[in-house]
Design a protein around this ligand. Structure first.
Ligand code: ADP
Length: 244
């Protein structure tokens, strides 16, 4: 199968013999088609980040398999997966200007300086920061920093982009606007993506399909409209704020 395939994946923390062992992700299966954006939505602690980190290769699987384009990724280290990562704090290099932050992801690629500069300019345009090449990171607002982080993550054309609450540190108004812009950038670049959030409005704006998680399990995966009109359970409806 093309794209991402998560099969019965479990993630556990703590010593395997200890009574403190936590099952963070409990047998989750999910597929993400090429070019599709899927949001993982659920309350804090439900296992969203753990699942994302397991897909990235940052967390070992306690069970199940992760495949990309039909290839089992077990044993393939993080940097060889050709996945991009973006977090709540964009983790920009404060001493590099915007151009060199975005170019960072291109340094391992065989590009001439002119090609690299051209790609940086193209990406800054894509995220609404045309002309920001020489700006110093500390002079940027929180929203601008996350746009730079997105440009940097997209620069090497990852085959999958994993975003973990990338807008959560921003205020609500900005978050809603940026959610639309993140979607536009992902669609325009045809990037396959998994976007973790605890905010259902944000998930609806960003994703083609939304997977609702609760206590390590995936309760339902559906298009945002379908989730609203046909929630599979009371728990899903409650979480979307439709009941209770
Ligand atoms: P979410 O992203 O939905 O907030 P997480 O995946 O971060 O959820 O966490 C799921 C569960 O796993 C929580 O109970 C959390 O406390 C636990 N957990 C997460 N990371 C660790 C860790 N490194 N060690 C132990 N427990 C962890």
């Amino acid at each position: 199968m093309a794209g991402l395939e998560i099969r019965e994946v479990s993630v556990r923390y703590g010593a395997s013999t200890g009574s403190t062992r936590v099952t963070a992700v409990d047998g989750v299966s999910l597929t993400v088609a090429p070019g599709e954006v899927v949001a993982l939505l659920g309350p804090s602690g439900c296992g969203k980040s753990s699942l994302l980190r397991a897909v990235a290769g940052l967390e070992p699987l306690a069970g199940g398999r992760v495949l990309y384009d039909g290839e089992d990724l077990a044993g393939l280290p993080v940097h060889k997966r050709r996945f991009g990562l973006m977090f709540q704090d964009g983790q920009l290099f404060p001493h590099r200007d915007v151009r060199r932050n975005v170019a960072y992801g291109l340094e391992t690629q065989d590009l001439s300086r002119a090609e690299r500069d051209e790609r940086v300019t193209e990406l800054l345009g894509l995220v609404g920061l045309a002309g920001y090449e020489q700006r110093a990171v500390p002079t940027l607002s929180g929203g601008e920093q996350q746009r730079v982080a997105l440009a940097r993550a997209l620069a090497p054309r990852p085959r999958l982009l994993l975003l973990d609450e990338p807008l959560s540190a921003l205020d609500r108004q900005l978050r809603e606007r940026l959610a639309g812009e993140v979607r536009a950038a992902l669609v325009e670049t045809g990037t396959t993506a998994v976007f973790v959030t605890h905010d259902h409005a944000e998930a609806s704006v960003v994703a083609d399909r939304v997977g609702v998680m609760d206590r390590g399990r995936l309760l339902q995966v559906a298009a945002p409209d379908e989730l609203r009109t046909a929630p599979a359970s009371t728990r899903v409806a409650e979480f979307l704020g439709l009941r209770g």
